[in-house]
Ligand binder design. Structure first.
Ligand code: ZN
Length: 408
């Protein structure tokens, strides 16, 4: 699942794409948190399904095409207001890696907290037994960073602990959606950190992905027969004698890929990371050149994110614009990619995406003329007019209007 391209709905809520094959498992996890939320009696946790999409995904490792159905959801979990303060997020402090940000759904921790030290602005102690600190916001918009021990004092409310727990419930629900390990959310620095060199860890991740495919920690959680790539790599570090096949299979390309991926994450620039918590977090891990157990899931994902970015850059070089604007065109046997619908000012619009050779076509239609169940790669003959040429996510696309389509 892509974590680095988080889309948002019209009200700015993050959209999570859950593959259909694990949607039920996802909802099972959500229902567990819903029960917990109910027990706490402080807030409501809801999952709202926005749409279903069928995406033609190319596995970055095997390069095989896969048709995957996704459910796009938003998580509704507004933290309840306590007095005049509201929770905004949580900071995980690590003396080597730095500060990792975890914003609450619909909230965004200001970028300046990327530099925040571990401290409490309530009691002004800079040593806090538990590593995490919370960011809260006052009704006038000002923020404060508060240690766990001080939340009750700070908010002056007997149910403050409940709210802190509630806050972790929604973070956990969000983590289930983005494919982070639950234990990561609740780690809170309780265990003694042990660090692993990022290059060595990621070169193992590269080899494992090449040999066995990529499995995220959350995928592994839902499937007893799968082990997460990150955890296999850690086991390899702990017990190399169990990994003779992998050790033999490891080649220079794996090491190079690991190095390139680390350099890519290190080179992410200011704007990219201040807008995107995920990119910021992997940037911090890459700069430290180490990871610990809790961040290994993030760390391992650097490889797949890098491959996706590199792939996109390659695609962008390959894609070309078709024809000239306002040309009437007849396109034969173009391949259906995917479609998505949204409600706008003038009613429902459906976007259709097609591909042929190096050309990508987009058609905004006011009618739903092709069933959403249409298989990716289904061929259509299309007549229409070229309305525009533009770039979308680094790909050149030709925008069509006034189209007629017919399945071949
Ligand atoms: Zn304090």
């Amino acid at each position: 699942m892509t974590k680095d391209e988080r889309r948002t709905d019209k009200s700015g809520r993050p959209i999570y794409s859950i593959p259909a094959y694990r949607y039920e498992s996802f909802m099972t996890v959500i229902r567990r948190y819903q029960r917990k939320a109910e027990r706490l009696g402080v807030g409501v946790l809801e999952v709202e399904k926005i749409e279903e999409r069928i995406i033609n995904r190319i596995d970055p490792v095997t390069e095989q095409q896969k048709l995957v159905k996704y459910h796009d959801v938003v998580i509704e979990g507004t933290a309840p207001k306590l007095s005049d303060w509201e929770f905004v997020g949580r900071l995980e402090h690590d003396e080597i890696i730095g500060t990792i940000l975890r914003s609450a759904p619909e909230k965004s921790i200001p970028a300046e907290y990327q530099k925040a030290e571990q401290k409490c602005e309530h009691c002004n102690k800079d040593w806090i037994r538990r590593k995490d600190t919370f960011i809260v916001q006052y009704i006038d918009g000002t923020y404060k960073q508060v240690g766990r021990q001080c939340i009750r004092d700070f908010l002056g409310h007997k149910d403050a602990d409940k709210v802190a727990q509630w806050f972790e419930v929604i973070l956990a629900a969000e983590s289930a959606a983005i494919g982070e390990e639950e234990s990561d959310v609740f780690s809170g620095g309780m265990s003694q950190p042990e660090y692993f060199k990022l290059d060595s860890f990621l070169s193992k991740v590269s080899t494992i992905i090449r040999l066995h495919g990529w499995v995220s920690r959350s995928d592994a959680k839902y499937d007893d027969y799968k082990n997460a790539t990150a955890d296999i790599a850690l086991n390899w570090i702990f017990k190399p004698s169990d990994f003779k096949e992998e050790t033999e299979a490891q080649n220079d390309d794996d090491l190079k890929l690991a190095r390139k991926a680390v350099e890519w994450a290190q080179g992410l620039n200011g704007d990219e990371i201040s807008d995107n918590e995920y990119l910021y977090n992997i940037h911090m891990i890459s700069l430290a050149e180490i990871t610990d157990y809790w961040k290994a899931g993030y760390a391992a994902s650097i490889i797949s994110s890098y491959k996706r970015t590199a792939e996109k850059a390659a695609q962008s070089a390959e894609t070309e614009y078709y024809g000239k604007i306002s040309d009437k065109v007849i396109l034969e046997a173009i391949e259906y990619q995917w479609s998505t619908s949204f409600e706008g000012q003038y009613g429902t619009t459906t976007i259709y995406k097609f591909k042929k050779d190096n050309y990508l076509f987009t058609w905004f239609s006011s009618k739903e003329v092709i069933s959403v169940a249409t298989a990716v790669g289904t061929k259509f003959n299309l007549t229409g007019t070229i309305k525009d040429h533009n770039e979308y996510k680094g790909e050149k696309q030709t925008v069509l209007t006034r189209c007629k389509v017919e399945e071949c």
